[in-house]
Design a protein around this ligand. Sequence first.
Ligand SMILES: CC(C)(COP(=O)(O)OP(=O)(O)OC[C@H]1O[C@@H](n2cnc3c(N)ncnc32)[C@H](O)[C@@H]1OP(=O)(O)O)[C@@H](O)C(=O)NCCC(=O)NCCS
Length: 145
Amino acid sequence: MHTVFRRVELPRELRSLLIFDRKVFRESDRFDKDYWQTLESYWMVVDKVKVGCCAFERHLEHATLYIATTGVLPRFQRGGLGRLLKAWEIAFARHHGFRRLVTNCRKRNVAMIKLNKSFGFRTVRSMPGYYFNPTDSTVFMELHL
Ligand SMILES: CC(C)(COP(=O)(O)OP(=O)(O)OC[C@H]1O[C@@H](n2cnc3c(N)ncnc32)[C@H](O)[C@@H]1OP(=O)(O)O)[C@@H](O)C(=O)NCCC(=O)NCCS
């Protein structure tokens, strides 16, 4: 298995990001073009296939890296690649000197919450009504590095 993590090249790969987002997330959870363009995004490429993607916002004033999204293509899920991508996100944050990683997801997203917890993330708070279609709370999680 040949695995590469590389920065998404914008604007050249914007379309590819939007297609990836459509494959991984329901419509109400997808990002629009403008938001994607503000993010620092990375592909996880396995054997030349873009199987995973994550995106960050750097909040340097708080030495905090916000993970805006983490996703693995459905046909590659449950094979350990989500765990690999999460481990890379943590390594990326440490390597760049961040002191804290934060992220959020739907309260019903058991897969992501379990995955985050397995790396030591803890729930900071939950906010009801954050998501629509379906209405759901968000769970904010953090990991001190
Ligand atoms: C969350 C996600 C990235 C996990 O990717 P994955 O490749 O399936 O993850 P892995 O196979 O590495 O599994 C890692 C752990 O996640 C948890 N997990 C993954 N899928 C799960 C599921 N369907 N139900 C419960 N736990 C699950 C488990 O704890 C698993 O560890 P285990 O196999 O030791 O039990 C993937 O499900 C995904 O892309 N979901 C859609 C996008 C999304 O919701 N992202 C989060 C919001 S940004």
